[in-house]
Design a protein around this ligand. Structure first.
Ligand SMILES: Nc1nc2c(c(=O)[nH]1)N[C@H]1C(S)=C(S)[C@@H](COP(=O)(O)OP(=O)(O)OC[C@H]3O[C@@H](n4cnc5c(=O)[nH]c(N)nc54)[C@H](O)[C@@H]3O)O[C@H]1N2
Ligand SMILES: Nc1nc2c(c(=O)[nH]1)N[C@H]1C(S)=C(S)[C@@H](COP(=O)(O)OP(=O)(O)OC[C@H]3O[C@@H](n4cnc5c(=O)[nH]c(N)nc54)[C@H](O)[C@@H]3O)O[C@H]1N2
Ligand code: SF4
Ligand SMILES: [Mo]
Length: 695
């Protein structure tokens, strides 16, 4: 008789780099394998909903191609020939090479490089403890959030806003520059609830007819990098038509009269010429949010990945201030809840042993750093050793041709700790196999919600995989780095960190699985004032002195607009490069992850270029034809897909596909620049001018 397999349903948290940070219910089969993954119904933001790619996580965690043993390169760099080695041998060799490099060039020659492959606080940020204890070069994390966060904080003074669950209580949800259906499905869940239960209108502002725009009542398909112009014209109409809340403005804003005067010339006609929208649509948008005080502005990352992105985020955020939406339940502006967690990361990151004189290198400029650009190296020693966890820069970083040239350097010793043989791992000298989230303990926070969540180990890892924490501690012991955090388990670190941050104990968190830390209504809606000394929202930001500075303002920061405006600094199309390219996230991949799972690969197909049918016809491109796009950074091959839901002159390459999925091996980031976006850096992934031709 066949016994039924034992299936337990266990709580966990999605660790991926996604604002939704979903609370999960995982089927664990015979304590060894996982089955279906579902959204937890008892966590009120997730509310039982998760994306399809994580629902089928068994495909990723039990993938036959997972790395399970340490590997040493035996062929030339990137050739793909490896010999398995033992962990002790691997760690001894890494330590010896790091110490050699340090003796030759000083400790700053070693660069620990990481990002958010897992968002667990211990496994993501623990690498900084080693960095600080050893005085290795620091990393200024600019690849994702810098423009968006800087732009938001420039207005409110704080990265936080009305409870994201209030979206369901809005009369209008404005989904601006985020393709939420693809990138954070829970936003749609709460917005649709508002539509169903309250008749809320959904407005989507984007540059192509993506899956989110398909759900919109009012679809605003504008030209890339023109959101500041749209915001100005909307506010012009609000003042002009008596829809500005003047009492609110007098109490809560810095200079409403100055703003109104500034906007006098920012008419809908002016904005229509810049954005490509119709005057009627701009007026309709203004009247909608002017009439519905409960308008929730859910502002995403996508529209900030432009060279004027920080300014445009601030401009969009000014609208709910002009209408006074902040004062109403279901109203206001929201981007991310980073500020509400007040983590004390001393133990995780070793902040008590940090030397602030040590140089900090720009994550997005890794190509320039590794190819010896003196400015990018901050005029310090070359980087001759890399320790990489949680990120895949050979695929995801801009200026890919430079990145590849850097990784190919014979005098660079590269260690990559990974789950799969990624484009980056393929360039390593030593590859170490990493655990996945269900194989180790960690704590998580929501960016798009307000829960602190515990994700405990549920199954054993395959082969010899070790967690990031284990690797960092083992290296610390061999490198002579001293810190209490190297002697503790992840659970001990989490417990101490929770307590130091005012979030109770780990025991208490485990008993509940998740902890709701949303500030109260008055604080969330800034009813006692915005987070500036005078308590007023800033229509006129002090850009160069806003918080979030790490390296200091960029060269053009001083030229940023005083009041919200259209700041024309994007990479404009010209005769030589007539198209504007955006590299928007695909639904079935998550950055560079999931591009190894068969279902995601099958659903996405080969790398495609969405192009307006008339542009395609002018270039002689039929559906499915090979196409090459390029600029002075390089050229990339894709498959043409004529698509009506685009403006002429705009092309979209959804990704990220592995570099090798493109014929010739040049990934899409070959075309993206790494020049630092004003005022404090960041990468303009959706702001690229290219030529296109049939091949
Ligand atoms: N063209 C273009 N490029 C982009 C973007 C874009 O929109 N367009 N988006 C950018 C953005 S927003 C971001 S955030 C970056 C992100 O780019 P990446 O940082 O590369 O993103 P991920 O794919 O999330 O994670 C990277 C790797 O972490 C590994 N990993 C996961 N968990 C663990 C773990 O516990 N330990 C270890 N050692 N490894 C682990 C995964 O296997 C994966 O290979 O890409 C940027 N690049
Ligand atoms: N499936 C999937 N989910 C993901 C990711 C993924 O790669 N795939 N990445 C994760 C990560 S790391 C992050 S940071 C988030 C990012 O998630 P989002 O906040 O959604 O940001 P993006 O996906 O970069 O871009 C969102 C939309 O902005 C559009 N856009 C580009 N330029 C402009 C512009 O000038 N104006 C306007 N209005 N819109 C513009 C893009 O075309 C895209 O449709 O998603 C996370 N979730
Ligand atoms: S929506 Fe985002 S957080 Fe939720 S399961 Fe999918 S990737 Fe993870
Ligand atoms: Mo990101």
């Amino acid at each position: 008789m066949n016994a039924q397999p034992k299936i337990a349903k266990r709580p966990s948290v999605c660790p991926h780099d996604c604002p939704s940070a979903c609370a999960l219910e995982v089927e664990v089969i015979e304590d060894a394998r996982i089955g279906r993954v579902r959204g937890a119904k008892t966590q009120s933001y997730t509310d039982g909903v998760i994306c399809a790619k994580v629902a089928r996580y068994a495909e990723r965690i039990h993938h036959p191609d997972r790395l399970t043993r340490p590997l040493r390169r035996v062929g030339a760099k990137g050739e793909g020939r490896w010999a398995p080695i033992g962990w002790d041998e691997a760690l001894d060799e890494i330590a010896a090479r790091f110490l050699d490099a340090e003796r030759a060039h000083g400790a700053e020659t070693v660069w620990p490089y990481y990002y958010a492959g897992t968002m667990g606080l211990v496994m993501r940020d623990g690498i900084n403890r080693l960095r600080h204890a050893k005085r290795y070069s620091g990393m200024y994390a600019t690849i994702c959030t810098t423009m968006a966060w800087t732009g938001f904080i420039a207005g409110t003074g704080r990265l936080a806003g009305p409870d994201p669950r209030e979206m369901a209580k809005a009369d209008c949800v404005v989904i601006w520059g985020t393709n939420a259906v693809n990138t954070q499905v829970n936003v749609m869940h709460h917005a649709m609830r508002a539509r169903r239960e309250r008749g809320a209108k959904i407005v989507v502002v984007d540059i192509y007819q993506n899956s989110t725009m398909a759900q919109a009542d009012l679809a605003l398909l504008l030209k890339p990098g023109t959101d500041g112009a749209l915001a100005c014209a909307v506010m012009h109409v609000l003042f002009r038509d008596g829809l500005a809340d003047r009492d609110y403005l007098a109490a809560y804003a810095d200079d409403p009269a100055g703003l109104e005067a500034h906007l006098a010339t920012r008419t809908p006609e002016w904005a229509a010429a810049i954005t490509g929208l119709s005057v009627a649509d701009i007026e309709a948008f203004a009247h909608l949010v002017g009439a519905r005080k409960r308008s929730y502005f859910r502002l995403g990352y996508g529209f900030t990945r432009q060279r004027n992105g920080a300014a445009n985020m601030h401009a969009a955020l000014c609208i709910p201030t002009v209408t006074g939406a902040w004062a109403h339940e279901g109203g206001g502006g929201f981007h991310n809840n980073g500020a509400i967690y007040h983590w004390d990361k001393t133990l995780i990151e070793g902040l008590d042993v940090r030397d602030t004189a040590v140089r900090v290198l720009d994550q997005s400029q890794i190509g320039r750093v590794l190819t010896g650009d003196a400015e990018a190296l901050r005029h310090g020693p070359p980087v001759t050793a890399l320790l990489i966890q949680n990120t895949n820069p050979v695929n995801v970083a801009p200026e890919q041709a430079l990145v590849k040239r850097g990784f190919a350097r014979e005098d660079l010793f590269t260690v990559v700790h990974e789950q799969f043989m990624t484009d980056t791992a393929a360039m390593a000298d030593i590859v170490l196999p990493a655990t996945m989230f269900l194989e180790h303990d960690d704590v998580y926070q929501g960016g798009g919600h307000q829960f602190v969540m515990w994700g405990g180990k549920l199954v054993e890892a395959p082969g010899e995989c070790r967690s990031n924490h284990e690797v960092i501690c083992a290296l610390a012991h061999r490198l002579g780095a001293v810190h209490p955090g190297f002697e503790m388990t992840p659970a001990e670190i989490v417990d101490r960190t929770l307590q130091a941050s005012g979030h109770g104990t780990l025991e208490a968190l485990k008993a509940e699985d998740w902890l709701d830390v949303q500030p109260d209504f008055r604080a969330s809606h800034y009813l006692d004032g915005f987070a500036w000394p005078d308590g007023r929202f800033r229509f006129r930001p002090e850009w160069p002195t806003a918080p979030n500075a790490n390296i200091g303002p960029t060269a053009d920061a001083a030229a940023m607009p005083g009041f919200p405006d259209h700041w024309a600094v994007t990479e404009e199309a010209d005769a030589a490069r007539p198209f504007r390219l955006a590299t928007s996230p695909a639904r079935n991949f998550l950055n560079s992850s999931f591009a190894e799972t068969p279902t995601s690969v099958a659903k996405e197909g080969p790398p495609a270029l969405l192009i307006h049918p008339e542009d395609a016809a002018a270039l002689g491109l039929a559906d499915g034809a090979p196409v090459e796009i390029g600029n002075d950074r390089g050229a990339v091959r894709l498959t043409a897909r004529p698509f009506e839901g685009l403006r002429r002159g705009v092309v979209i390459a959804e990704g990220l596909h592995p570099n090798g999925a493109h014929e010739g091996g040049a990934g899409i980031n070959t075309l993206v620049g790494a020049d630092a976006v004003a005022p404090y850096g960041g990468a303009a992934f959706h702001d690229v001018a290219v030529w296109a031709r049939a091949v």
